[in-house]
Ligand binder design. Structure first.
Ligand SMILES: [Zn+2]
Length: 249
């Protein structure tokens, strides 16, 4: 494999994961079946129970400004600790149904965040996201999506075109294994410019890391080895300045 291998979907106790960033890094390093070049931390942001009651930007700030900053700082500190050994990307996961009405403000909260995974996006959501995807300061993608299930009334062709036009990436998640059950989607995918992220959605079982080679081999076999998402490491300070540049991923 000539491309870097990243596992871009891991949770820590910051949301509902069992392992700290350092423990995850060690586990990735120690994982025998695959040599990881890096990993992404993707804790759920903007999802404490209070987000249901958010009415104004002020409420939002009160609920999430501090915790988001703390999160980014913690991941960036780990990035510095692991420099030279593993890339530590700072992603996040956002629950679409819970946050679809807060997207405008969320976009302004992503300083230092390298990419966003959206979960539970339905077709109406995907079109809404596609309309504004290019306005996000970092790449946005669909987490663990079984296309047939999640968009049952939309053709795969339409789904893939929508994603390609909006540059929304697709996550090939360990939860979708065996990949052969998504054969049809992976036949459509290579014909379009949709980037792919690999992720295990690690919570409390590190055994999932060993499933990464199976996913990567499948993607490579489908001729998609030049389509892997390569997130840019965004710093908090230069955020505004790099916002435009990162769009060209
Ligand atoms: Zn997740």
């Amino acid at each position: 494999m000539s491309h870097p291998i990243y596992n871009l979907h891991n949770h820590t106790p910051f949301s509902d994961g069992a392992y700290t960033i350092d423990e995850l890094c060690k586990a990735h390093q120690a994982c025998k079946p695959v040599k990881f070049d890096g990993l992404g931390i993707t804790d759920n942001l903007f999802c404490t129970p209070s987000s249901r009651e958010i009415q104004s930007e002020r409420d939002f700030e009160r609920a999430f400004a501090r915790e988001t900053r703390d999160y980014v700082e913690a991941v960036h500190a780990a990035r510095r600790r692991w420099a030279g050994k593993l890339y530590v990307f700072c992603g996040c996961e956002i629950n679409w149904p819970l946050n679809k009405n807060h997207l405008g403000i969320i976009r302004t909260y992503l300083n230092g965040i390298d990419y966003v995974l959206f979960e539970y996006v339905d077709w109406a959501g995907l079109t809404q996201l596609a309309n504004q995807a290019r306005r996000w300061p970092c790449p946005v993608g669909l987490a663990h999506t079984d296309v047939t299930r999640q968009f049952p009334n939309t053709s795969m062709d339409q789904v893939v075109r929508t994603m390609a036009n909006a540059r929304i990436f697709y996550e090939a998640n360990a939860g979708l294994l065996p990949m052969s059950s998504h054969e049809r989607w992976f036949t459509v995918l290579p014909n379009h410019r949709v980037l792919i992220a690999v992720g295990t959605d690690t919570h409390d079982d590190l055994g999932c890391l060993a499933q990464v080679p199976e996913i990567v081999e499948y993607i490579d076999r489908r001729g998609l080895s030049d389509k892997y998402l390569q997130p840019n490491l965004r710093s908090e300070e230069t955020d505004g300045a790099t916002a435009q540049a990162t769009r060209s991923v």
